[in-house]
Design a binder for this molecule. Structure first.
Ligand code: NI
Length: 175
C-alpha cells in the first residue's frame, strides 16, 4: 500500500493466451502460497491485468474457513445476488501486518474465464464470496482499508492478537 500502481484500473486480458499467462500464474501461485494468502491479484505483483487467483483446501491463516476451489479468474464480473452485506476480518499481502473489518456482499455470482479460455460461472457465499470480492477489487485499484466503515476496527495483527480482539494464527508473522 502506497504504491500508486495499486490504485490503477487493470486492463482486460484479450486474447486469453494460455502460454503467455502461464509464467504470470506460476509466479502468482508461488507468491500466494509463500504468504499463506487466500488469494492474489496480478497488480499485487506489478502486472496490471485483470487476473486473480484464489482458493485452497486448508489455509493456516484462516483455519475456520471452509475450502474454496482453487481458481484462476480472468476478466471477472461480480453480481451481488441480494443486498445482504456481512462484516468480516480481512488482511492483504499488500497491507502487511494489518487486519480490518470489511463489509462485503454475502451472496454473489461471479463470471469470467480460466487461463484456457473456459467460461467460469459460479455462485458463492460467505468467505468464498468475500475472497472473490477482495481480489477483484484490486483490479479496480481498491484496497480493503478503503472499504472499512469503522476505522476503530482496523489495526496491527500483533496488537489485535495481544489484546484478544483477534486470534493469532501461527503464520501471521509472515507478510
Ligand atoms: Ni489483497
Amino acid at each position: 500500500m502506497g504504491d500508486p500502481q495499486l490504485l490503477e484500473i487493470s486492463a482486460e486480458v484479450d486474447p486469453i493466451d494460455t502460454a503467455t499467462l502461464e509464467p504470470l500464474l506460476q509466479d502468482m501461485w508461488e507468491t500466494m502460497e509463500e504468504a499463506n494468502g487466500a488469494g492474489l491479484a496480478a497488480p499485487q505483483i506489478g502486472v496490471m491485468q485483470r487476473v486473480v487467483i484464489f482458493g485452497y483446501q486448508t489455509n493456516p491463516r484462516y483455519p475456520d474457513a471452509p475450502p474454496v476451489p482453487q481458481t484462476v479468474l480472468i476478466n471477472p464480473l461480480i453480481t451481488p445476488l441480494n443486498e445482504v452485506q456481512e462484516d468480516g476480518w480481512e488482511g492483504c499481502l499488500s497491507v502487511p501486518g494489518m487486519r480490518g473489518i470489511v463489509p462485503r456482499f454475502r451472496d454473489i455470482r461471479y463470471r469470467g474465464y480460466d487461463q484456457y479460455g473456459n467460461a467460469i460461472d459460479r455462485e458463492a457465499s460467505g468467505f468464498h464470496a468475500r475472497v472473490v470480492q477482495h481480489e477483484c477489487d484490486h483490479l479496480d485499484g481498491v484496497l480493503y482499508p478503503f472499504r472499512i466503515k469503522d476505522m476503530r476496527h482496523f489495526g496491527f495483527i500483533d496488537t489485535l492478537a495481544e489484546t484478544g480482539v483477534i486470534e493469532l494464527q501461527p503464520c501471521d508473522d509472515e507478510p
